[in-house]
Ligand binder design. Structure first.
Ligand SMILES: NC(=O)c1ccc[n+]([C@@H]2O[C@H](COP(=O)([O-])OP(=O)(O)OC[C@H]3O[C@@H](n4cnc5c(N)ncnc54)[C@H](OP(=O)(O)O)[C@@H]3O)[C@@H](O)[C@H]2O)c1
Length: 492
């Protein structure tokens, strides 16, 4: 590895100083590097992973370091005269299957088929065209992060252009889509079929990012993936929706070599799904997963010791942690959805209803409907007032846990060995990692054949626009680099 590095790098640096622009140099460097290492068989699978690229930058002479860290301008290459739909959707070429490319990580990283001659090799995707569906908190933050041009894009030799934005009613296609969406300029009625058609004609790797919480976009994922467009999302609805739709979506990705990435749908930016997939791919056997997957419910139990439950819920509502109707958090549905996503990733073919969930909404309030007058006072405020009557139930559970030297936590659990999953309150000893969570932390523990008797634990903030968009962006780069999934399964 080291020798190749020196041989490739030095002539390029000298050449660069003579005449190349920064962009050209970066592209030449990567292309030449790939061409040379493809000639040098046999290849080591670890040759050109992210770490190596990062290492190249750190070890490079200062002239080259400045190249790697230089800003890569985001150029929108949409031309005004180009018809938005030059090729009928149905006639688009089927993207290359992951099985046609080499299993070497070098070829995978750049989507280079083994059969291509070294002289013809070049980075296939320098450009990533992004279509954003859902332009709320996370969607806007993602655009901000993309436009800040982080170093990862330069290292991977990528430019990322947001070429389309869809809100629920209008969509904005073409150059300046985010600005037009902000200003409400030039929108046309939203149509997710047309949105997919438009995206499939865009240059470079095409990625649709679904930043809604809606159930409609997931109906289109299979169609988009089949047309050669990757899909990235923090939306939980595909992963926890009907199993048939979930299977159809992964089949579409698998058969066309496109990617469906959904890391941010559980624990926002925390590496929860990538960690799980890495364990499974490397041959570990996952026996049990347990986690606190709701920041809101985490806060209620972290901060709730010795207080009435309704008081802590009111405090969480004041801090903006709860949904407008706190029952949406307390029902456990959000945790149930995340548990289903993880269960399916572990191979359990479960539907949402197969996962029993313990609701924290007192039974009589589960079906309560506010009157018009109560709605005017504020649903959340009235609901929390009504909860006071039931504070004794939670106090009893907390006191019992305290007396046993334990704490209460609201946990999603996947028992892979026994093919079961469930969601509800559990007690943990005070020296357990789940007892040490703070504020609104998420935490997950993986008990596996290798990670035993101590489990692998991932912990940190599991919500917030910045960390969620960061998780989505990391998926976007994974898809945008054009590498097929390691296991050919179509996912992360
Ligand atoms: N915020 C977080 O901390 C966080 C953490 C983890 C995961 N997530 C997930 O990230 C996703 C986005 O969250 P967010 O906080 O950004 O929500 P948000 O602020 O409510 O934004 C979602 C946007 O989607 C739009 N939308 C709804 N249906 C649509 C459709 N059919 N087509 C196009 N646009 C549609 C809505 O805009 P209009 O109706 O006005 O067009 C809304 O502004 C959700 O799935 C959420 O669960 C969020």
């Amino acid at each position: 590895m080291c020798n190749i590095f020196v041989v490739v790098l030095l002539p390029l640096v000298a050449h660069a100083q003579a005449e190349d622009s920064i962009d050209q140099l970066a592209n030449k460097l990567v292309n030449s590097f790939v061409a040379r290492i493809l000639k040098a068989a046999p290849l080591d699978d670890a040759d050109l992973d992210d770490t190596t690229l990062a290492g190249m930058t750190a070890a490079a002479p200062s002239s080259l370091r400045s190249v790697s860290h230089s800003p890569f301008p985001l150029v929108n290459r949409m031309s005004a005269h180009r018809s938005p739909f030059p090729v009928p959707y149905s006639e688009l070429p089927v993207p290359r299957s992951p099985f046609q490319v080499s299993n070497s990580r070098i070829a995978q990283a750049f989507n280079v088929p083994r059969s291509v001659s070294a002289s013809a090799t070049k980075l296939p995707y320098k450009e990533v065209s992004v279509g954003l569906v859902g332009y709320g908190l996370v969607g806007k933050e993602l655009v901000r992060q993309i436009e800040s041009k982080p170093p990862a894009l330069g290292l991977a030799g990528l430019t990322v252009n947001v070429v389309a934005v869809s809100r629920s009613r209008e969509m904005y296609l073409g150059s300046g889509a985010p600005n037009n969406a902000n200003a409400g300029n030039g929108g046309v009625p939203a149509d997710l079929t047309k949105f997919g058609e438009f995206m499939s004609t865009q240059p470079g790797r095409k990625v649709i990012v679904d930043c809604t919480a809606d159930d409609t976009p997931p109906d289109f994922y299979a169609q988009w993936l089949s047309a050669g467009v990757d899909v990235v999302t923090p939306n939980k609805k595909l992963g926890s929706g009907p199993l048939a739709r979930w299977e159809k979506t992964f089949d579409a990705a698998r058969s066309t070599g496109t990617r469906f990435c959904y890391e941010a749908s559980v624990g926002a930016g925390l590496p929860i799904i990538t960690t799980l997939k890495d364990l499974l791919r490397t041959g570990d056997s996952v026996e049990k997963i347990e986690g606190i997957f709701s920041g809101t419910l985490s806060y209620l139990f972290n901060e709730g010791g010795g207080k009435d439950f309704s008081v802590v819920v009111a405090d969480a509502a004041d801090k903006g942690f709860t949904e407008p109707d706190p029952r949406d958090d307390l029902s456990g549905l959000d945790v149930q959805r995340k548990t289903v996503i993880l269960a399916r990733d572990c191979g359990l073919k479960v539907e949402l209803d197969d996962v029993p969930v313990e609701s924290l909404v007192p039974k009589p309030l589960q079906t309560w409907e506010p009157t018009e007058d109560e709605k005017k006072q504020g649903l959340s405020k009235v609901f929390i007032e009504k909860m006071k009557e039931y504070d004794g139930d939670m106090k009893k559970k907390m006191d019992e846990a305290e007396a046993a030297g334990e704490v209460l936590r609201y946990v999603g659990m996947v028992d892979v060995k026994n093919k079961k999953a469930s969601v509800g309150l559990q007690r943990f000893p005070k020296n357990h990692p789940f007892a040490a969570t703070q504020y609104a932390d998420n935490i997950i523990s993986y008990s596996t054949e290798w990670y035993t008797p101590r489990p692998l634990v991932v912990q940190g903030p599991g919500a917030g626009a910045a960390v969620t968009a960061g998780g989505v962006f990391a998926d976007l780069i994974r898809a945008g680099r054009g590498s097929p999934p390691f296991d050919g399964q179509g996912g992360l």
